[in-house]
Design a binder for this molecule. Sequence first.
Ligand code: ADP
Ligand code: MG
Length: 280
Amino acid sequence: MSGWRCDGVTFRYPEAEVNALEGVSMEAPAGGCTAVLGPNGSGKSTLLRILLGTLMAEAGTAEFDGRRLTAWSRPELARAVGVVPQGEEAAFPIAVRELVAMGRYPHLGPWRREGAADRRAVEEAMRRCDVSDFAARPVATLSGGERQRARVARALAQEPRALALDEPTAALDVSHEMAIWELLRHLARAGTTVLVVTHNLNLAARYADRLVLLHRGRVAAAGTPAQVLTRDTVERVYGWPVRVVPHPGPGPDAGAPQVVPLAGEACGTIQLREEEGHAA
Ligand code: ADP
Ligand code: MG
């Protein structure tokens, strides 16, 4: 069995009063796109850190490609898995091309010299993420969205067999957001294991094969988009009234469940009705 898998993972940050993860079991099969969803603070980034071996579970096990994360050496894992962490690390005073070329570090030989294959991988990653035009610009001068695309390009330049991305499209406009999702689907179909944390339920439903929905550190639902994104589950986990409608098409994802949060009067009536119904 390859890809990621974890069983009964529990984790608490030092000094925290509650567990960030509690008995979490999930899998992200090789050659598929798995999306991790959940409200703010539900444990998505923590789960990713467990699956990347940067945090150790207190109970339970986590493995990548059939081996416990604790059995992987850092350099080995760095060659296998490309990572786009959440948010900004300090903007290095370097150009975009240098940032993207950092993705090649795990592959460079003892003299750290780039070869033709390294340069090709860097150019190709910049092209795919639409950052070639500002390859020479200092990273610090990019907009949030441009920088985000450069960070994705760095992970791609690594040519990893798996990719883990934490909210990679958070700062992107519609066309660049769609382009990243198209890219992720393309990579997954070509055999890359893709694990992506996102708040975009509707794009996750269209692009991911499997969803894992976290709620207060536990798995609230997991499975296909249609299994996970039901009105009941979404309303319970997010605490907001919604309707779930099929994507109207056209396109390969026509019929995918799309979550529409209600607003205004509709929202008020529904909350009232639910309070009565639940007799809380
Ligand atoms: P998400 O990515 O879903 O927003 P996180 O995994 O970042 O959630 O956080 C899960 C829980 O763990 C939250 O309650 C958060 O406040 C807490 N947490 C996250 N990072 C730390 C940390 N370094 N120290 C203490 N608590 C943390
Ligand atoms: Mg997070």
